[in-house]
Design a protein around this ligand. Structure first.
Ligand code: NAI
Length: 259
């Protein structure tokens, strides 16, 4: 009997990479997982659109009988996509809509917890005051999509993940009061199809190569999944509103005097 035995867990982005590794990890611990993805999932839905997100929330509810013990939002796309607005819609709005849409299914469950897969790249650009980030945090998707449309791909990715990290922290007060722990995990470069596609991009690829990673290698998805399992598990009962960097020291090397 594992730590997650019998618990009902929903995971977006469950068909590939980090989401799939988290799924395997939690299933090994005994969880009953409802995967959400474009394909190869119990709930097949497109998190890029408001309609797809609403359908996903309803389908997860009916699949898990209206009750969830854990929630992971991992679905995301890379900054190599030409459609910058799509990056914002999936990586920020798709994540936040599932968190908010399923919050009441988590409320009241013992040791309820949720985790957003953010990114250590969220600090790579000074976007704290950027109007795109403000539009995301205000929930104004049409404006955010307009503001990001002509930006570089790395901006769309980084600023969406920056906004997502702040959205996690913005919810700490309310979610904590509702008895639900909510954290973010910020992986560094991790060997997945998304990273492969980013590496092939003529602009993003060299940027990725230039990252200083003190541990001298990229992560494999299982290394991210193990920390995710910890954050969702009983040993992390007092961890709330945190963004956990799991990046081989990349953030420390880039910002040794900030934490
Ligand atoms: P991946 O490409 O292996 O997996 C992403 C999953 O999200 C795929 O199964 C995909 O079908 C799903 N997805 C994409 N768009 C969707 C949509 N519109 N609706 C529903 N599902 C959709 O990528 P990876 O690397 O496992 O990414 C998982 C998360 O980790 C993403 O949020 C990514 O931004 C984040 N991340 C990845 C890093 C890396 O180096 N691989 C580093 C930091 C964060």
């Amino acid at each position: 009997m594992g730590a997650m035995s019998g618990l009902r867990v929903a995971i977006t982005g469950s068909a590939s990479g980090i989401g799939a590794a988290i799924r395997r990890r939690l299933e090994e611990e005994g969880a009953r997982v409802t995967g959400v993805d474009l394909r190869d999932a119990e709930v097949e839905a497109d998190l890029a659109t408001p309609e797809g997100r609403a359908a996903a929330v309803e389908a997860v509810r009916s699949h898990c009988g209206g009750v969830l013990d854990r929630l992971v939002v991992a679905a995301g796309v890379g900054g190599h996509l030409e459609d910058r607005a799509l990056v914002a819609s999936v990586n920020f709005f798709g994540a936040v809509a599932l968190l908010d849409g399923l919050r009441d299914a988590l409320a009241g469950r013992p040791a309820a917890a949720a985790l957003a897969v953010c990114s250590n790249s969220a600090r790579f650009l000074p976007v704290d005051e950027h109007p795109f980030v403000a539009a995301c945090l205000a929930g104004d998707e049409p404006l955010a999509r307009k503001l990001v449309a002509d930006e570089a791909g790395f901006f769309a990715y980084i600023a969406s993940k920056h906004a997502l990290s702040r959205a996690v922290r913005h919810r700490a007060r309310e979610w904590g009061a509702a008895g639900i722990r909510l954290n973010g995990i910020a992986p560094g470069a991790t060997e997945t199809p998304l990273l492969d596609a980013t590496a092939r991009d003529p602009v993003l690829g060299p940027g990725l190569e230039a990252l200083e990673i003190p541990l001298g290698r990229r992560a494999v998805p299982e290394e991210i999944a193990r920390v995710a399992g910890f954050l969702l598990g009983p040993d992390a009962g007092y961890v709330h509103g945190s963004i956990w960097y799991v990046d081989g020291g990349n953030d420390a090397a880039a910002f040794p005097d900030r934490f």
